[in-house]
Design a protein around this ligand. Structure first.
Ligand code: GUN
Ligand code: FE
Length: 424
């Protein structure tokens, strides 16, 4: 057993931080045994090492629940259109470049290195339609020792020729990646990824649902992001009662663990079905701002018992930091609060921290907390440059979330192992 000593902060419940000043976390076989105010709580003869991080902060590592790895080159550019023209003009042409493995490798290495920088140790990622470059991305995560669910994207309509495959080819590519990576307990695993309803024929959606059921694999897609998109789905799937119902008909809405990005325009029926099926919302506030999608009613999801995590959604979103995502989530919820005549209570800091760690982490198993049995995914934060005048521990964490960046993150752990900077 190893003991990690520092100032410990995490969220067991959304409404408050657990704070242990100069406490310790005991870790064995990659999992937390317990937390305590000092090391005497653990039998001395079972402790093989004490790692003392002094006055630094020790917090759970971040989870990014929705990001497009092949849009990394477009980060911070091209945000002057709404979703559908944005996809056609900027996103699809960039993703088509991933037919070339050398390009994919160059970009994907940079992407994974930067996730590491910002302390994101678990990621739910879209790749592209290409089997080879998807395999590359999975291997880069594996080599780094960082957790990821990576989806080969399935799409066969309404985009350029270069980004469409036949259903047959999509199934074959998925089967090949599943055979290679669907290992129980592995850190990097496949996730079934129909891009969204407008990109997928009924036959494609049916096969995605079949693969998810056959291999008990999770599912990711986009849901109710933009008004024109929602209207388009109504035309494409006229027999569906609402957008989420279209996924549900194909076994892609909680039949296996499912994460849906955005959910800005989810109505009461959709929210009710998501709660019933345990569908997790990946809330992507910067993306929703940049491509003017709108404000997702996160308080309503929480009040209805729907699970929520945070996503960077590069490159609709411009910021890879999940800490910054917490700030945006609070800010957007404050706009929502005013625009709802103060009916929708805004999110607190502990709530968004919980969304980014324990709530999101539930998608990967027991991840995102320092409670016993949780995998030890952790960050050591040296905030000495921000802590110049007697701030309390919660204030130090708040200042790091609002003002900090990768410079303060001095150690990163995933499943009990320290993760070194991935090579470019
Ligand atoms: N809907 C379908 N594809 C995409 C994408 O790449 N980004 C976003 N934000 N929404 C999508
Ligand atoms: Fe997206």
């Amino acid at each position: 057993m190893k003991l990690y000593k520092a100032n410990i902060l995490f969220t067991r419940e959304k409404d408050r931080f657990e704070v242990i000043e100069r406490g310790c976390v005991a870790v064995e076989d990659g999992r937390v045994v317990g937390v305590a105010v000092d090391e005497s709580a653990f039998a001395a003869d079972s402790v093989e090492a004490v790692i003392d991080y002094g006055d630094k902060l020790l917090i759970p590592a971040m989870c990014d629940m929705h990001v497009h790895a092949p849009q990394y080159r477009n980060q911070g550019i091209a945000m002057d259109l709404e979703l559908i023209p944005w996809l056609n003009n900027y996103t699809f042409p960039e993703e088509a470049k991933y037919a070339e493995a050398a390009y994919a490798e160059r970009m994907y290495r940079r992407f994974v290195r930067d996730l590491w920088r910002y302390g994101t140790m678990r990621t739910v990622a879209f790749a592209t339609i290409h089997e080879r470059s998807t395999r590359l991305l999975m291997n880069i995560f594996k080599e780094a020792g960082m957790g990821a669910l990576v989806g080969k994207v399935d799409m066969d309509r309404n985009s350029s020729e270069a980004l469409q495959t036949t259903v047959h080819d999509a199934v074959a590519a998925n089967e090949a990646l599943i055979a290679e990576f669907n290992v129980p307990g592995a850190l990097v695993r496949p996730i079934i990824t129909p891009r969204f309803i407008p990109s997928c024929s009924s036959a494609m959606l049916r096969e995605c649902g079949r693969l998810a059921a056959k291999y008990s694999l999770p599912v990711q897609s986009h849901l109710s992001e933009n008004p024109s998109e929602v209207e388009w789905v109504r035309e494409l799937e006229p027999e569906s009662r609402f957008y989420g119902d279209a996924y549900d008909r194909y076994g892609l809405f909680g039949q296996t663990p499912t994460v849906m990005a955005h959910c800005v325009y989810s109505g009461d029926d959709e929210i009710e079905l998501m709660a019933k099926r345990g569908v997790l919302v990946a809330h992507c506030p910067t993306s929703n701002l940049n491509i003017s999608s709108g404000m997702s009613p996160i308080r309503k999801f929480l009040d209805h018992g729907v699970k929520v995590g945070l996503g960077s959604d590069i490159s609709g979103g411009h910021d890879l930091s999940i800490f910054r995502m917490m700030v945006y989530a609070v800010q957007v919820s404050k706009m929502h609060y005013q625009y709802s005549n103060k009916q929708s209570r805004f999110l607190s800091l502990s709530e968004v921290f919980w969304l980014a760690t324990k709530s999101a982490g539930s998608f990967f198993g027991k991840v995102g907390s320092f409670e016993p049995g949780y995998e030890f995914d952790a960050l050591v934060v040296d905030d000495s440059d921000l802590n110049f005048d007697g701030y309390t521990l919660p204030q130090r964490l708040e200042r790091f979330i609002y003002l900090g960046d990768d410079r303060q993150i001095v150690h990163r752990y995933c499943r009990g192992e320290e993760v070194a900077e991935p090579k470019l």
